[in-house]
Design a protein around this ligand. Sequence first.
Ligand SMILES: O=C(O)CCCC[C@@H]1SC[C@@H]2NC(=O)N[C@@H]21
Length: 233
Amino acid sequence: MRTIKATGSTNDDVAALARAGQPEGFWLRAETQTGGRGRHGRAWQSPPGNLYASTIVRLAPGDPSPATLAMVAALALHQVALAYGGEGRTALKWPNDLLLDGAKLSGILLESCDGAIVIGFGVNLAHRPEGLDRTTASFAAAGLGAPDPDAFLVDLADAFARWLGRWRNEGLAAIRREWLARAHPPGTPLRTTGPDGQVVDGLFEGLDESGALKLRLADGSVHLLHAGDVFLI
Ligand SMILES: O=C(O)CCCC[C@@H]1SC[C@@H]2NC(=O)N[C@@H]21
């Protein structure tokens, strides 16, 4: 585990290290990022006080689909958020968001890199971004105090290693079950945007065996979403 003052993006740094042979389990944290990246090419505001950290997973034969590491990452983050006071106030939202009081507390960015997956975590500890198209939360704004980023990362790395082990040893079905137990309830109204920009509204119906989102539409049919964005409505 290494902490640096500032960088462009910890995901870029860790991808370069992965290409140079850095083993699985390594973590890099930056106190601030000048080019933090979110999903779908969005910028990720990165003022000091929040957590910006990335790690490497080296894919092994027999591993479940790499995209499902998003669930592993979200489960680890959820576990740590409970330990920092989020009990009864958190929910997972597909594909990899953690909500605190219904607002986005964190972001997880998965990127593949020569047989490895780089997973970056941005967690709003002290600050929450303003002026976005969704409501955002931070531990501090929720009255839970701002956790120390280094201590939070030690707990996150530990939780992530445990959930990664379960993903490998027990398989996707177990991870999917655990993820669903921590998600907003079935029947939650959702607005989804697919990769082609198509907007579909429906009710949360769970995940299929591959981890795709199942949405119950007004006509009773089920819509499957394999990639995209989801908003609570
Ligand atoms: O859009 C999202 O929800 C994902 C945001 C991921 C942000 C983190 S911060 C650490 C790592 N470095 C980046 O540039 N992005 C990720």
